[in-house]
Design a protein around this ligand. Structure first.
Ligand SMILES: NC(=O)c1ccc[n+]([C@@H]2O[C@H](COP(=O)([O-])OP(=O)(O)OC[C@H]3O[C@@H](n4cnc5c(N)ncnc54)[C@H](O)[C@@H]3O)[C@@H](O)[C@H]2O)c1
Length: 348
């Protein structure tokens, strides 16, 4: 019989709080407690009945803790992850795993040295909008897919915390970019051949408050990844173009549609007349030659992330998120920064 695993969370901020709530809903896991560097956050945990450890050392010395989830600012992941691995715990780092490939290698080396397992919380692999986009691409319904756009837009700038600072690994490439890039890698199953990227600094000079990265794949497919934080009108979350149709997923709630060609266009286009001229190229197709379909829906459960971790601790599975996947993600993010800085295409 698989045993229930003990999990402790380091950092009881926005995401640490989320982990504690999820852990309390999964029978395979038992929340052992939290530790935050700020006394008031530990008090906040105790106020909702969660045990707060007096120090990181105390948390790591608890033999009932199998797993340590690290939910603290990005620059601080490394030291706590390595301490957890050295204490013989399975360490889960929040995303982005860290701020450079070199630091990631130190973390991976610590996992090899200690024999402890180290993985990362890439939770947005369970987002329905992504799973639906991926299923549409894989279904072949659109014919050969030649372009995919994945973007998230907000209008609140960067949240007013450590995310605004370079020192703590702030900026949107590392924050939201890492989610969208991970989804791209999962969807494509391989690295792109090149990227061209631009960063935005609309509301913040120190770190990027958005970016657009255009990746080219070996088969010519163009995958655009964009994050914006000064967008008062959102462009669609996903836009997928195939030779036989187009799919749009408007938002996280999976509103949208698929339009596919059902027959060849036999009629000459009726031109659209505008004040400045006429166009047949941009005239709509005749309705008999296209069909509109609703988006598929996909059941997804983020609790499967920790169910996998429980299996890993019990020796029944490998972690879903691997070191090589993290190496690729760091490489993509570093290439985005390099491309933006040099205003050049970067090849992989
Ligand atoms: N996977 C996701 O969907 C998702 C969403 C939000 C945040 N995150 C990630 O989670 C991490 C934390 O983000 P957040 O939004 O919760 O930040 P936050 O500022 O809300 O919380 C961070 C907490 O960590 C504490 N802290 C800082 N240094 C510490 C240390 N050395 N030891 C113990 N506690 C320490 C702070 O006091 C604070 O309470 C980041 O890496 C972020 O990228 C992931």
């Amino acid at each position: 019989m698989s045993r229930v695993i003990g999990v402790a969370v380091v950092g009881y901020g926005g995401m640490g709080g989320w982990h504690t709530r999820i852990l309390q809903q999964i029978p395979e896991t038992e929340l052992k407690g939290v530790y935050d560097i700020l006394p008031e956050r530990n008090q906040a945990a105790e106020a909702v009945g969660i045990h707060a450890y007096g120090s990181l050392e105390e948390l790591l010395a608890d033999p009932t803790v199998d797993v340590v989830t690290v939910a603290i600012p990005n620059d601080a992941h490394k030291d706590v992850v390595i301490a957890a691995l050295e204490a013989g715990k399975l360490a889960i780092s929040e995303k982005p795993v860290t701020t450079s490939s070199a630091i990631l290698e130190e973390m991976i080396a610590a996992a090899h040295r200690t024999g402890s397992i180290f993985t990362v919380h890439q939770n947005r692999r369970w987002d329905e909008d992504y799973l639906v986009a991926r299923s549409i691409v894989e279904s072949g319904k659109l014919g050969r897919v030649f372009a995919i756009q994945s973007r998230v837009h907000g209008s609140r700038g960067i949240p007013g915390d450590w995310r605004n600072t370079k020192e703590h690994g702030g900026g949107m490439v590392l924050d939201w970019g890492v989610h969208l890039l991970d989804q791209m890698n999962m969807m494509m199953g391989r690295m792109p051949v090149s990227v061209y990227a631009t960063l935005s600094n609309v509301t913040n000079e120190e770190v990027d408050d958005g970016f657009t990265a255009t990746f080219t794949y070996d088969n010519g497919l163009i995958f655009t990844v964009e994050v914006g934080t000064s967008n008062f009108i959102n462009l669609p979350r996903w836009y997928v173009e195939g030779l036989n149709g187009t799919a749009v997923i408007e938002d996280f709630h999976v509103n949208g549609k698929i339009v596919v060609a059902t027959a060849d266009e036999e009629h000459d286009a009726v031109p659209i007349i505008t004040a400045a001229g006429l166009t047949k190229t941009m005239a709509p197709r005749t309705p008999e030659t296209i069909a509109e379909e609703p988006l598929p829906r996909i059941d997804t459960d983020i609790k499967d992330y920790y169910r996998n971790i429980a299996k890993v601790v019990n020796g029944e599975a490998d972690p879903i998120v691997t070191h090589d996947q993290q190496r690729q993600l760091m490489r993509l993010m570093e290439a985005i920064f390099e491309s933006a800085e040099k205003n050049e295409v970067v090849r992989f």
